[in-house]
Write a protein that binds this ligand. Structure first.
Ligand code: ZN
Length: 416
């Protein structure tokens, strides 16, 4: 097992563990002998190629039998390559710690479950945070957590934090402030919907759109905080968000007929989370199938939280959709990668030339009836992860600390 950190990093000596230098790693890696290559692109989810050449953190070439010299060579030994998973709904606070369960290193553990990026649905677990927060507190929290995670990648994971919790009393200038800070997501959860007739919430949506910021809503029943408001089809349609957060429940979904209506009558993204109602996932996927709306489906965990810390949560959700809801595994993987990136306006989530080299190699676990890593999902079995690469840096090389070992582990060695 080799854990190869890419490239010399000039000036990086002052960084403490987990902090990261934003300059791309100058390093080349060739992955060869890939058995199945899953792209993360729902329209073309499988690509007939066995090699990926990576340089300076980016995928430069995908093809068959690539022989370019590289500083690191990974022999995938016939196993499956997928894009790094993107958790569409995560609740970070500060660092690699979650006060929701007083758990340490959770982000690094998720990385061992194949997660290379996660998107915050609000840093609402900061201890003592008044709920709902006043506008100044909400704005300060978003700016501070954004700035911290700009400068910190636990386990290498790209944490997109600083999601502004929308509360009454925000001003248009506040949206300028968050846009200037690079914040790209805001969320309705604690807004008082009895105020909707005054038009303020609608202006928030407009102000966000005008600045390229996406809008998510906590949908369904009351959250663990006990102070969020119900948001069924009426509220969701009035607000017109980009993403209906955990439409299948987080933990309580809106009624079935309301889910059906959102699928059939809107074009909002539809997020499935591990915190939710599994029966509603089946209902949602029937509606998605009827409306051919697969490109709108996103997978996240909605953790940490009352559901816990679940490092294999994304893998389990993909396996559930594939084995129980009848979604082809390569399509379910796209819902956990390329779809999530597209919904949130991120250039991630695909194995494609020019994209960041965020790559997971996985295989069936010994004893599984599946024929390979991809088929593991279809059979409902957890696959074993061998390699996790983020921006071309090998973070897991050999086997994951969170899955049983893959039957065939990739071999990592020095090249050239
Ligand atoms: Zn949540």
């Amino acid at each position: 097992m080799v854990r190869r950190r890419a490239g010399p990093r000039p000036g990086a000596g002052a960084l403490i563990e987990g902090q990261h230098d934003v300059s791309p790693a100058r390093h080349s890696t060739l992955i060869r002998n890939i058995g199945t290559l899953v792209t993360g692109d729902l329209d073309n989810p499988l690509r007939p190629a066995d090699s990926i050449f990576i340089e300076d953190g980016l995928i430069r070439e995908i093809g068959n039998g690539i022989t370019r010299p590289a500083e690191t060579v990974i022999d995938a030994r016939g196993i499956t390559a997928i894009p790094g998973l993107i958790d569409s709904h995560s609740h970070p606070t500060f660092g690699d710690f979650t006060p929701a369960q007083n758990a340490l290193s959770w982000i690094t553990h998720y990385m061992h479950g194949g997660v290379t990026a996660s998107i915050s649905a609000g840093e609402l677990h900061v201890p003592g945070l008044p709920l709902p927060p006043d506008p100044t507190t909400a704005l300060s929290l978003a700016l501070l957590t954004k700035r911290c995670f700009d400068n910190l990648r636990p386990g290498g994971v790209k944490v997109h934090a600083g999601t502004l919790l929308l509360v009454p009393g925000l001003k248009e200038a506040d949206f300028d402030t968050i846009a200037a800070a690079g914040i790209r997501l805001v969320k309705f959860i604690f807004y008082d919907y009895s105020l909707l007739p005054n038009g303020e919430a609608g202006r928030y949506v407009r102000w966000a759109r005008e600045r390229g910021i996406k809008v998510k809503i906590h949908s369904g029943g009351v959250s663990r905080s006990g102070v969020s408001q119900l948001a069924g089809v009426r509220i969701v349609k009035l607000l017109g968000p980009d993403i209906v957060g955990h439409i299948t429940g987080g933990p309580i979904p809106m009624p079935e007929e309301e889910v059906t209506e959102i699928v059939a009558e809107t074009d909002f993204y539809l997020e499935i989370c591990s915190s939710g109602n599994p029966g509603m996932v089946l209902h949602l996927m029937r509606a998605v199938n009827a409306g051919n709306a697969f490109h709108r489906v996103l997978i996240g965990t909605d953790t940490p939280g009352g559901t816990g810390v679940i490092p294999r949560g994304m893998l389990r959700e993909i396996a559930f959709l594939s084995s129980v809801a009848g979604v082809p595994p390569e399509a379910a993987i796209a819902m956990a990668t390329g779809n999530v990136a597209r919904a949130h306006g991120l250039s991630l989530g695909r194995l494609e030339e020019g994209k960041p080299a965020d790559i997971v190699l996985l295989d069936r676990i010994t004893g599984s009836v599946a024929k390979d890593g991809l088929d593991s999902f279809a059979k409902g079995d957890l696959p074993g992860i061998s390699v996790v690469m983020i921006d071309g840096e090998i973070r897991v090389g050999g086997r994951s600390q969170q899955t049983p070992p893959p039957e065939h582990a990739a071999e990592v060695r020095e090249g050239k």
